[in-house]
Each structure stands twice: as structure tokens, then as C-alpha cells.
Design a binder for this molecule. Structure first.
Ligand code: KDG
Length: 317
């Protein structure tokens, strides 16, 4: 097993028309969830990933599992909860530039995850544990489950990667700040954005934000800078990596998870950090060209040819 991850996945509904959803009468449906987005991304790039979760024992749960399993992700640790439903998520497209998300996930099956759901032997077989700040926001027991996963990963020397993924709709600012800072101090690699740097440390400059994460305990931080690429910082090295130009941004949601998939695949290949970050920026760029959180995640060959073309045509900035 290369990577193990845990978190909630939901059925995603997107109206076929732009504007307020009160006027929408047709929706397309897919699935979303930061951790399963990462898992699908890595699976498409040829890696073995296990996704741990709870789903409702309902039709939406079956939709989520068949899609994730169909993508080659290992799902032996997914449990069905007959007491609570699978979470739902609506993405309202107000204009081409403005998207709003609405969650229907309170008391969902995934929010019932408990530390005892985790199988130590299963987790111990992976090289990386991937977590996000969404899971601890779901419930107290999810927060405890994340901490238990970190404990197991530490015991078995997995590298722990954490995307703070601040979701203001899920918790209070005060609680989010406290828990995210605590978790950052327990992991090896963090993948924040500028907004999270501002929220957690009151800083806006990438170098300053990265230093704050370092002082908080992360050995490596990779800051996602959107169209500007990324900035990485560790004790040994730091630098900017420019991303490819993307002229047609169709849907930016999920870009961070795509970035993480590309980056982690580079780390699994033992690429120099700069090269791994570059893979992250190219994978994220492919995600935003397509509607949906997972639809644009590239297969290995597609990512390779996108990177080769960009180098050849010098569109890589
Ligand atoms: O990163 C994209 C995710 O935010 C999306 O897929 C849904 O997991 C999700 C969430 O909780 O917002």
C-alpha cells in the first residue's frame, strides 16, 4: 500500500444552469470529498491507495463506493452505517467566476467515525498517511479518529501529510484555529493555501507563512499559490515553482486535491522536492480545466504528455 487516507465523501449535485439554485430544475450528479479526490488522483497515476470512511446504508452510499472502488481505490475499511445517511453536497454556479457550496452532511454516516474504526495493521502497511482539516471539523469523534490515525502512523513510521483545507461552514473560527494548529504540530508535511496562512498566522507572504508552519512543527510545507504555482520550504531548501498557464478555468474546486495527488506521486517516486511540487502544479492545472472535483484528474500518460508538451512549447512559466 502506498497511501492510506480517511475522510468523508458525498454525492455532489451541480445544477445544469447558472444562477441561484432555486431556479434550477436539472442537476448532474457525481461524487466529491477531498480525501477520495486525492485517492482517485493517485490511483489514476498508478498508485495503491486505501480510503477509510463510513457511508450510509443507502443508494447514495452505494453510488459513492462504486465510483471510488471503480477507480481502483482500496475500500476494505469502509463501513456502512444504517443509522445515518450519506452526506450530500451542492455546488451552485452563480456566474462563471463565482461558485457557492451547500452541505447537507450534519450527522451524516461519516461524521459517526470513531477511533475504533481504524485497523492498525492495515494502516501500518502504507508509506504515507494523508489527512485534511475537513475530517476533524465533522464531529468530536472524527477529530479523535484523526488523532488516532496520526498516533498509529507515527508508531509505524509513515510520513503524514496534512492539507488544512479550511472549511468555514463546518466549524467556528476559534475551534478551527485551535485544532488545525494542534494537528499541524503532529504531522510531517503540510499543504496549505495563502488563505490558511492568513487565517492561522495572520501572514500573507509565502516565505513568512512557510516559516510559521515550520515553527509549528511541519518539516516541509508546500504552499499552493493558484495561478502563481507553489512555494516549498524545509530546513534544507526552499523555492518557488511556477505552474503551467491555464487559459480556460472551468471549475477551480478540487484543484488542491489534484495538486496533492501530483505532489505525493512525485514523493513516492523519490523525485527531488522541486520536481514533485512541479507535478503537483500540473495535476492541479488539469483538474480546473474540467467541471467537477474528480473528472479532470489525469491518468499517468496524460499528465506526462501535458508536462512534456508544456516544456516543449515553453508554456511552462
Ligand atoms: O477540495 C474539494 C473538496 O472540498 C470537495 O470535494 C468537497 O470534501 C469536500 C468538502 O468537504 O468541502
Amino acid at each position: 500500500m502506498d497511501v492510506v487516507t480517511l475522510g468523508e465523501s458525498m454525492v455532489l449535485f451541480t445544477p445544469e444552469t447558472t444562477g441561484y439554485m432555486r431556479h434550477a430544475d436539472k442537476y448532474s450528479s457525481s461524487i466529491a470529498g477531498a480525501e477520495s479526490n486525492l485517492a482517485i488522483g493517485l490511483s489514476r497515476l498508478g498508485y495503491n491507495v486505501s480510503w477509510i470512511s463510513r457511508l450510509g446504508d443507502d443508494e447514495f452510499g452505494r453510488k459513492v463506493i462504486s465510483l471510488i472502488r471503480g477507480e481502483g481505490v482500496e475500500t476494505s475499511q469502509v463501513q456502512y452505517d444504517s443509522t445515518s445517511p450519506t452526506g450530500l453536497y451542492f455546488k451552485e454556479i452563480l456566474t462563471d467566476e463565482e461558485t457557492q457550496v451547500y452541505y447537507y452532511r450534519q450527522n451524516s454516516a461519516a461524521s459517526n467515525m470513531i477511533p475504533a474504526d481504524l485497523n492498525e495493521e492495515h494502516i501500518s502497511k502504507a508509506k504515507f498517511l494523508y489527512l485534511t482539516g475537513i475530517t476533524p471539523a465533522l464531529s468530536e469523534t472524527c477529530y479523535q479518529t484523526v488523532k488516532q490515525a496520526i498516533k498509529i502512523a507515527r508508531k509505524h513510521s509513515l510520513t503524514i501529510i496534512f492539507d488544512p483545507n479550511l472549511r468555514r461552514k463546518l466549524w467556528t473560527e476559534e475551534r478551527a484555529r485551535k485544532v488545525l494548529l494542534e494537528l499541524i504540530s503532529m504531522v510531517d508535511i503540510v499543504l496549505p493555501g495563502i488563505e490558511e496562512g492568513k487565517f492561522l498566522f495572520g501572514e500573507e507572504v509565502p516565505e513568512k507563512i512557510a516559516k510559521c508552519f515550520y515553527e509549528q512543527g511541519a518539516k516541509l510545507s508546500v504552499l499552493k499559490l493558484g495561478p502563481e504555482g507553489a512555494y516549498y520550504y524545509s530546513k534544507k531548501e526552499d523555492g518557488y515553482v511556477l505552474g503551467p498557464k491555464v487559459d480556460n478555468v472551468v471549475d477551480p474546486v478540487g484543484a488542491g486535491d489534484g495538486f496533492a495527488a501530483g505532489l505525493v506521486s512525485g514523493l513516492l517516486e523519490n523525485l527531488p522536492i522541486k520536481e514533485a511540487v512541479k507535478k503537483g502544479t500540473f495535476t492541479g492545472a488539469l483538474v480546473i480545466k474540467v467541471k467537477g472535483d474528480i473528472e479532470g484528474l489525469p491518468e499517468k500518460k496524460r499528465l506526462e504528455s501535458f508536462m512534456n508538451e508544456a516544456n516543449k512549447d515553453d508554456v511552462y512559466r
